[in-house]
Write a protein that binds this ligand. Structure first.
Ligand SMILES: Cc1cc2nc3c(=O)[nH]c(=O)nc-3n(C[C@H](O)[C@H](O)[C@H](O)COP(=O)(O)OP(=O)(O)OC[C@H]3O[C@@H](n4cnc5c(N)ncnc54)[C@H](O)[C@@H]3O)c2cc1C
Length: 395
């Protein structure tokens, strides 16, 4: 870590530093240079100062003893009375990461009546399932849940903590990382573990145009959230392995300020992330009513429908049916895209689907780079023809 400092005594106010800064990070105020937040510590101002009035200060970073932190912990979310499948996906990924560095994989369950799920988790290759089961945890309160997971992290000192990027997980993970003054990378799409146990947290950045590799090099634990359907679900083992550890409710839970006043259950809704077959409409559709043929094709195939973001922005669809970085990640067995160009913000959240069929009249559309079957044609010709053939076959 470094920062730039200007020595007032030496500065003559010539303004060369401000003129030469490529980031516009130096403002001249009352004839004196002042650094603003755009400073990248590139050091060009040092070279441009004839008085040598600008210096680069190096700050020493304290690094944690990494050997004291080992194993991977997965937060196994139970919500709506079920074990959320993202927890199993994360256990599968954690096992792949843990093997080469000799780590174990642990899971933690928090809630009321969650003990019942510990047995199931033992079939997925974890060495320990920690359980915090108490009426105080009957409803999700972020601070109360964070107290429990924090208690277990302090007890076991895992090097890595993985949390599903669900509504609950997105509320819990930042609270935890703050308590440990450590880093958290949200919505990772890829995870790698270096030999020195640094977790390389890979995710799209700058609007999806680059894949950033983020490393929490000086602190532990390393927190990452991953969306549902990004990682593979591991196979359930015949044998139950590992131990179940029932933990006492931490006293701090009783001091939590949040309380649940009332609960209004939301009727369970089918998510496009769970669909096995998806038909997707893009901006190639000319009017809202053309979505009817997308829905009809989906229905004939026994699947569900979704769209790209521009159609949500036009008000033709709701965000829960949008695929992409700012929508949902999907991984169906079959996906048919109709009039979708294949922007990275869209493809990065569907390119793991088993079979991708793309219909686009522009043969240079990027969607064809990820599709298994490319149909270069007018969707207004292809989709009605598919519907006709399916109806004929069904009749
Ligand atoms: C931070 C950020 C987040 C984003 N998040 C998302 C997201 O979550 N989801 C998302 O979808 N986008 C997202 N975007 C927007 C994304 O960059 C694209 O603009 C968007 O995906 C384009 O949608 P589209 O493919 O439907 O439209 P277009 O890019 O306009 O493509 C339309 C395609 O239809 C084809 N076409 C036109 N007429 C026909 C026809 N008759 N028959 C066949 N083909 C035809 C065209 O050749 C074209 O390729 C995001 C952008 C940013 C910056």
């Amino acid at each position: 870590m470094a920062k730039i400092a200007i020595m007032e005594r030496k500065c003559t106010g010539c303004g060369l530093c401000a003129k030469n800064c490529p980031f516009g990070a130096i403002d001249m105020k009352d004839g004196r240079p002042e650094l603003n937040a755009a400073c990248k510590v590139c050091g060009i101002c040092l070279k441009s100062c004839p008085e040598k009035a600008i210096v680069k200060l190096e700050t020493r970073v304290e690094s944690v003893d990494k050997s004291q932190w080992k194993d991977i912990l997965v937060f196994a979310e139970v919500s709506g009375g079920r074990l959320h499948p993202v927890g199993l996906e994360l256990i599968g990924k954690a096992r792949q990461l843990a093997g080469p560095v000799g780590f174990e994989v642990r899971a933690v369950l928090v809630g009321q009546g969650v003990s019942a799920y510990a047995e199931e988790l033992r079939h997925f290759g974890v060495s320990e399932v920690a359980v915090y089961d108490d009426p105080e945890l009957s409803y999700f309160r972020a601070d109360a849940y964070a107290c429990c997971v924090e208690d277990y992290i302090r007890y076991r000192k895992p090097s890595v903590v993985l949390v599903g990027a669900t509504s609950l997980g997105r509320s819990l993970a930042p609270r935890l990382s703050t308590r440990f003054h450590t880093g958290l990378t949200a919505d990772c799409t890829k995870l790698e573990l270096r030999e020195n146990t640094d977790l390389v947290q890979i995710r799209p950045a700058f609007g999806g145009n680059i894949m950033a590799q983020i490393v929490t090099a000086n602190t532990r634990p390393q927190f990452a959230t991953v969306r549902y359907k990004v990682m593979d679900t591991p196979a359930r083992g015949e044998q139950a392995e590992g131990e179940v550890l029932f933990r006492k409710l931490p006293k701090a839970v009783l001091e939590c300020r949040g309380s649940c006043v009332s609960v209004t259950p939301v009727p369970p809704k089918k998510s496009i992330s769970d669909a096995e077959i998806l038909v997707v409409g893009g901006r190639g559709l000319q009017k809202e009513s053309d979505l009817d043929m997308i829905r009809e094709l989906a229905q004939l195939l026994g699947g569900d429908w979704a769209t790209t973001r521009p159609l949500v922005e036009k008000g033709w669809n709701t965000n829960d049916r949008q695929i992409g970085l700012s929508g949902r990640t999907v991984r169906p067995r079959l996906i048919i895209t109709c009039g979708v160009s294949g922007a990275i913000q869209f493809t990065s959240c569907m390119n793991a689907s088993d079979h991708i069929v793309a219909i686009n009249n522009d043969r240079s559309a990027p969607i064809f780079a990820v599709s298994h079957i490319a149909i270069v044609d007018d969707l207004y010709r292809v989709v009605p023809e598919m519907i006709r053939m399916l109806k004929e076959a069904q009749a």
